[in-house]
Design a protein around this ligand. Structure first.
Ligand code: ZN
Ligand code: ZN
Length: 162
């Protein structure tokens, strides 16, 4: 990537917004912001429009938000801290949750997503379905064995609604 000196401050601003993410996702496209009447919900005039090729990096860069330290230490740390705040607020209140929650019964529930297709993993037997024995930090872990048949749409929708 080449950046002229004139675009460096904008590029640094764009990169600092990533909070140290080492593996940002590059998005192409445009973003339009419209005024919103919060009383009526009515969408008003366009107030801001930007296309990704106008940005210093040539893409809109967003944090990868990966939870695994081996993939992205910075995003995994943000996830770790957010999880701590979320759990403690649920147990003793705070962050907009009333302190009265501390008197409530506590349930630790975990929810497992359905399968959207086989992915590379590290089973107890040691060998992934692809035939390889993946090391713990292998980048392919969790990625589909067959991207053509993996149900990405269902995976996105399930996670969006979770
Ligand atoms: Zn990241
Ligand atoms: Zn595999």
């Amino acid at each position: 990537m080449l950046a002229s000196l004139g675009t460096m401050p904008a590029l640094l601003r764009q990169l600092s917004g990533l909070g140290g993410c080492t593996n940002p996702i590059r998005l192409d496209g445009h973003r339009s912001e419209y005024a919103l009447d919060t009383a009526t919900g009515e969408i008003g005039p366009l107030v801001h429009h930007i296309t990704s090729d106008q940005l210093p990096a040539g893409h809109l860069l967003v944090r990868c938000n990966n939870r695994r330290t081996t993939r992205c230490p910075a995003c995994a740390e943000v996830y770790r801290r957010d999880t701590y705040q979320l759990i403690t607020a649920g147990l003793r209140g705070g962050k907009g949750t009333p302190e009265q929650v501390a008197t409530h019964p506590r349930v630790f529930a975990t929810f497992t997503a359905p399968s959207f297709g086989p992915v590379h993993n590290r089973p107890d037997s040691g060998r992934c379905r692809c035939g390889a024995v993946h090391p713990a930090d292998a980048p392919e872990l969790g990625t589909p064995l067959d991207p053509d048949s993996y149900d990405y749409e269902a995976a996105v929708l399930w996670n969006a609604h979770a």
